[in-house]
Design a protein around this ligand. Structure first.
Ligand code: ZN
Ligand code: MN
Length: 134
């Protein structure tokens, strides 16, 4: 078993993410942490976020915008991504067990998890009047 060296920085990165519901990228975490740890590098933040994700302590989301987003909440849940502002929003939906069962039937094998991203325009972006071309 690999013994992990205690890392004050890793703890801080985890604390920074904990409780946030906006699914920040490594850049956002880095910008926030730099105030408390002026010597921290983006590479360190990125490496530790990936390590925490590999350890199953946080969740990494590939939402389709080319950036990794991170979520402290590791319990299975669904996400919505706004096409206008890029917000990644938790969706309080019941787990789609029937869909997973159908996938298993279609596969003829065994399916143990699934990930679904919903796309569209978030509530504030849906209400904005269409931008006039300048
Ligand atoms: Zn939006
Ligand atoms: Mn989430």
């Amino acid at each position: 078993m690999k013994i992990l060296k205690y890392s004050r920085q890793r703890e801080s990165i985890k604390e920074c993410l904990a409780g946030r519901t906006d699914h920040p990228t490594a850049d956002i975490i880095y910008t926030e942490l730099r105030e408390a740890f002026p010597n921290i590098s983006l590479g360190t933040v990125y490496r530790n976020l990936n390590l925490l994700s590999d350890l199953g302590e946080i969740q990494k989301l590939a939402c389709g915008d080319g950036k990794d987003h991170f979520d402290w909440n590791t319990t299975p849940h669904y996400h919505f991504i706004c096409r206008h502002c890029g917000a990644v929003i938790d969706l309080p939906l019941m787990p789609l067990e029937e869909l997973q069962r159908q996938a298993e039937i279609a596969l003829g094998g065994s399916v143990d998890s699934h990930t679904i991203y919903f796309y569209g325009f978030c509530a504030p972006c849906s209400k904005k009047p269409a931008q006039e071309p300048s």
